[in-house]
Design a protein around this ligand. Structure first.
Ligand code: RUB
Length: 314
């Protein structure tokens, strides 16, 4: 079960930071339910090993690491209670994660006005929740969606928007600056929000933010609180996943002097972000530390940060 889910995440059959986190929590729940262990120590060892397999699938999305930590952490003193606690943690994470997306839709959609044209990039459940909520509330809106090369996640976005009935235009990624004047605001999701409020999201996001900034168009990020990275508080840099060259150019081997680069994510500085809509409120990026401290339970002064982690605060 763990390996099966890990492979689906690796191959991107399961993708998008929120879905990855929920799939990992669900796999850990099944594993905790079925793993054979003679005692608490063996159970913990097996859980950690399973967590490691999941964590190694995709390096960037902090939602995965946050979900795994929240699920496997327990205070039980015996095997049966530990099993039950881990299962309950996983169920709670999944339930709260889904509720968070819904709440983000509610909060974020308040920033969308009647007649707005919204630009979105890649395929984000949280960003789509904002857009869909505005539409369901009766606002007449349009969407401009980028293809999001090389994996074309934009195609998933236009499919969903088409099902919902929202008029949408599809553009190539490089057309953003040409159309930005027709757009009223940008709404994107997040893989990671760092302690200083910067955003790590699908490659191309930072160019869009730059265009939006130049054109004075608001740039909104839709992100659950578990997309915020406690590790960045301690100066850790977010690892940007570099994927295979074949995703960009199939016959890359035919070239002798060519190196194809395929970074999957990029960093948008917090100066280009107007608002981050989370399930606990719409905050300026500068308030990210508060989310990490108050909602994820990590303190900058903690020597051993792991000890201050309160999963129940999510
Ligand atoms: C997906 C991506 C999404 C975020 C947020 O990248 O960058 O914008 O993960 O998505 P990939 P969500 O396709 O490489 O996983 O709001 O669904 O968590």
């Amino acid at each position: 079960m763990i390996e099966e889910t890990a492979e689906k995440i690796r191959s991107m059959e399961i993708r998008g930071a929120g879905l990855i986190a929920r799939a990992a929590a669900s796999a850990l729940k099944d594993f905790a339910l079925n793993v054979e262990a003679s005692g608490l120590e063996e159970f913990d060892r097996a859980m950690k090993q399973a967590a490691g397999v999941l964590l190694r699938t995709r390096p960037t999305a902090v939602s995965l690491a946050n979900a795994v930590r929240m699920v496997i952490r327990h205070r039980a003193k015996d095997l049966d209670s530990a099993r039950m606690e881990v299962i309950a943690n996983a169920e709670r994470f999944i339930e709260r994660s889904l509720k968070a997306v819904e709440r983000i839709g509610e909060i974020g959609s308040r920033r969308i006005r009647e007649g707005d044209t919204i630009l979105t990039h890649c395929n984000s459940t949280a960003a789509l929740a904002v857009i869909e909520r505005a539409f369901r509330d009766g606002k007449e809106i349009r969407v401009v969606a980028t293809e999001s090369r090389p994996r074309y996640q934009g195609h998933l976005t236009i499919k969903r928007l088409d099902e919902v009935g929202i008029p949408t235009e599809l553009i190539v990624d490089s057309a953003v600056r040409s159309v930005i004047e027709d757009v009223d605001l940008v709404v994107v999701g997040a893989d990671v929000i760092t302690a200083n409020g910067s955003l790590v999201n699908k490659i191309g996001t930072s160019q869009i933010a730059l265009c939006a900034h130049e054109a004075r168009k608001p740039f909104m990020v839709a992100a659950e609180t578990y997309k915020f990275s406690p590790d960045t508080l301690m100066g850790e840099l977010v690892e940007i996943e570099e994927r295979g060259p074949e995703e960009v150019l199939e016959n890359y081997r035919e070239f002798k002097h060519l190196r194809v680069r395929n970074p999957a994510f990029d960093v948008t500085p917090h100066q280009y972000i107007d608002v981050i809509c989370t399930e606990v409120g719409a905050i300026p990026p500068e308030m990210s530390y508060i989310i990490i401290k108050e909602w994820l339970g990590w303190e900058i002064s903690d020597k051993e940060m792991q000890t201050s982690y309160f999963p129940e605060k999510l």
